[in-house]
Ligand binder design. Structure first.
Ligand SMILES: [Zn+2]
Length: 198
């Protein structure tokens, strides 16, 4: 379906979404009345309606965001091979409960500090790159710094379409997706064992 790919490129329809904001709430971290809560609805073509939530404190800079599908969904595992600059626009929905694996590069683990968001392949790679840049800039171990530098190069080459990377997203809550005809979708195996690992 070439149609799907075309549509995903024109998905800057965020203006259509409704935004609710509540300010002056009590921050769970610093206890000041400086927390802003937002809730936004977004219709994602070839996927459905999602709700985006965020908490941001103007005082201590605490920030948490997540995404939830309007429909209840099954646990899922998506994988896609990113093999050119055209693939950078593939839409990604990642919830706070998702594990993102980019083999030979990095993993994003779920947890308290894990945010949920709607992005695309390039946006996801840029987020991973930023985390690796922190290692490059703060790590004292020279081997780790070198490794970080080569991973950043690898990500850049992928963004420029010079190298292939695989992206896997596993989400027991089902609130994540890689929206592309190229993506393989299956039910996430071992849902029970994943829950028992806590
Ligand atoms: Zn705060």
């Amino acid at each position: 379906m070439a149609k799907a790919a075309k549509e995903t490129e024109t998905v800057s329809t965020e203006s259509k979404s409704k935004l609710d904001v509540v300010t002056g709430e009590i921050c769970p971290v610093c206890s000041q009345k400086s927390l802003a809560l937002t809730e936004r609805e977004q219709e994602i073509p070839y996927f459905g309606k999602v709700f985006l939530f965020s908490m941001t404190c103007n005082g201590c800079k605490f920030h948490k965001a997540d995404v939830e599908c309007a429909e209840t969904r099954e646990s899922v595992r998506y994988s896609v091979e990113v093999s050119g600059s055209d693939d950078m626009g593939i839409r990604i929905v990642k919830s706070g409960q998702a594990t993102v694996k980019v083999p030979y590069v990095a993993n994003i683990e779920p947890g308290e500090a894990s945010n949920g968001y709607v992005t695309n392949v390039e946006g996801l790679l840029q987020r991973i790159k930023k985390q690796i840049e922190v290692i490059r800039d703060t790590e004292e171990d020279q081997d780790a710094v070198q490794k970080a530098k080569s991973l950043i190069k690898k990500i850049n080459r992928c963004v420029w379409g010079e190298e292939k990377l695989k992206i896997i997203i596993e989400d027991p809550s089902g609130n994540s997706a890689i929206i592309s005809d190229k993506a393989a979708v299956q039910k996430l195996a071992g849902k029970a064992s994943a829950a028992a690992e806590e």
